[in-house]
Design a protein around this ligand. Structure first.
Ligand SMILES: [Mg+2]
Length: 232
């Protein structure tokens, strides 16, 4: 097999004996509008507690390609606000981000819905494998995938059993099971930490990097097929 250089080449190589494993956040979906909605809700909810901070925060805009909301706070010069306010905001954000409540603010990555629909129509096996914690983000995750037009069902949506589980450990363990199912396995993910872990634990799994945003201070493994969008 020639290693695919583009998504079109990948699509033309896939058969029913492949398994495509799809990450969700910052891979198939952009989450920056989820972040923005959460910060604006905080600004509303906490206005009486932190009036100046919240008045400024209500103007916030989060942008595609930014990880988390740190850059958005910086633009408003709120990043140096009192630590107790920032801590309060962070706990609020965490609880809201990992919940069912703000998922409708996500936006599908360009071409992603059509790509997964294509897999479905051509009977290429695929599953979703996400670090979203099941107990906090189910059933919202399934609902939002379906609302966006992704073919999905509970049986092909693998979520983290416990919120405290480490994403890369969970994914590696699950991929150990999943890779038995077909002769070739592909993982499409935006997070370098996960790609490095899978490369180390399961070198036979083919990795594809989605270049949206990811946790700081780590770069994707060298030489991977890198996607800017899902057009093919
Ligand atoms: Mg991700």
């Amino acid at each position: 097999m020639q290693r695919p250089q583009t998504l079109s080449e990948l699509v033309s190589q896939l058969t029913s004996d492949d398994l495509v494993i799809l990450d969700i956040d910052s891979t198939l979906l952009y989450t920056y509008k989820r972040n923005e909605a959460i910060l604006k809700k905080f600004a509303q909810d906490r206005i009486s507690q932190f009036p100046d901070f919240c008045r400024t925060l209500s103007q916030v805009d989060c942008r595609r390609g930014e990880y988390g909301y740190g850059d958005a706070l910086k633009r408003l010069l709120l990043d140096k606000a009192e630590a107790s306010i920032l801590d309060n905001l962070h706990s609020y954000w965490r609880e809201a981000f990992f919940s069912n409540d703000f998922l409708t603010h996500d936006i599908p990555h360009e071409g992603a819905v059509q790509f997964v629909q294509h897999l479905s129509h051509t009977q290429i096996p695929f599953v979703y494998l996400t670090g979203r914690p099941r107990e906090l983000m189910s059933p919202g995750s399934l609902q939002s995938l379906l609302q966006f037009g992704f073919p999905a069902s509970q049986g092909i949506l693998f979520m983290k059993p416990q919120p405290k589980d480490i994403d890369e450990e969970f994914k590696s363990k699950k991929i150990k099971e999943l890779k038995q199912l077909k002769s070739r396995t592909w993982l499409i993910d935006n997070e370098p930490k996960i790609l490095h872990k899978i490369a180390a634990d399961h070198p036979e799994v083919h990795l594809i990097f989605v270049d949206t945003c990811h946790s700081p201070n780590v770069v994707a493994p060298e030489g991977l097929l890198t996607l800017k969008d899902f057009h093919f």
